[in-house]
Design a binder for this molecule. Sequence first.
Ligand code: FAD
Length: 304
Amino acid sequence: MVEKLTKNFFLYLSKSKVLNKGAKRWGLRLGASQVVAGVSIESVIKSVKELNDKGLVCTVDHLGEFVFKKEEAVQATTVCVDTLEAISEAGVKCNLSVKLTQLGLDIDKRLCLDNMNRILDTARRTNNFVRIDMEDYTHYHQTLEMLKELRRKYNNVGTVIQAYLYSAKDDLEKLKGIPLRLVKGAYKESAKVAFQDKKKIDANYMKIIKQHLLTGSYTAIATHDHRIIEQVKEFCHQNNIPRNQFEFQMLYGFRKELQEEIARQGYTMRVYVPFGKDWYGYFMRRLAERPQNVSFALKGFLSR
Ligand code: FAD
């Protein structure tokens, strides 16, 4: 009950445009630096190098929320392009994650598509891969449509499917062969479209992981849940699914020891490394997921 209230409270805060705007001016505060790798491309590349040295591969994400102006979307696209160039120049093992709303989805679909083309052209030239993060349900179908359109031209792009959605299984069926990240789901969605019960979400999560793996498609299992990770390892072992057909993913700053242990066991372990001034909404969603994460915020607040 308390956990649910805390979750809803932080999800509510994550949507505050006023606090989001203020946070951009504050710099990384409230302990956010433990889960966000700085505000510049240089700082994120430095973190990626450190993670690579520990046997972990990465995906970086330039944080950005509430983009409603064309210039902001174009500017965010330029940062993505520059990030891909910096990854290539540094020779680090790292791909890119993007959010379509940051690239103009809420402004004009054509603009968003043009921006994705710019990013994917750079990724193709630098031999890299781009993952479209999945946002809240209001953007779900548009994201899948955009992916379909982009896949006609590029094979270096994939997206994310959220296990809390009732439609996950059916949607996955249409995405056979496409590299997908599978997650439980981070947003507050209505009972009309999503499971609300944690056990049901976990059960559906395992179901869709098995489903995508069995089609031979490359699957990224993005979770901090050690029980799910163990079940996936066991399932792949029993079904002769090769280790180069899947990877585990976790967020920067979370369960670092487990991340390294998984890499030591010979699995691909990718760390999702966010950076940028617009850290507030991302940080609030992480606090919502796990009330224990609030200790990050409290420690950070006290050490200001
Ligand atoms: P939870 O259900 O939060 O936790 C399950 C159990 O795992 C806990 O009970 C606990 O025992 C253990 N555990 C979890 N965290 C910790 C910890 N920090 N320390 C110790 N034990 C812990 N969501 C989206 O909607 N769209 C996306 O595009 C998206 N991309 C993601 C990318 C990555 C790389 C990751 C890791 C997550 C992403 N998410 C995304 C978020 C995801 O949907 C979940 O909200 C988030 O991962 C929390 O769920 P979980 O699977 O980690 O486990």
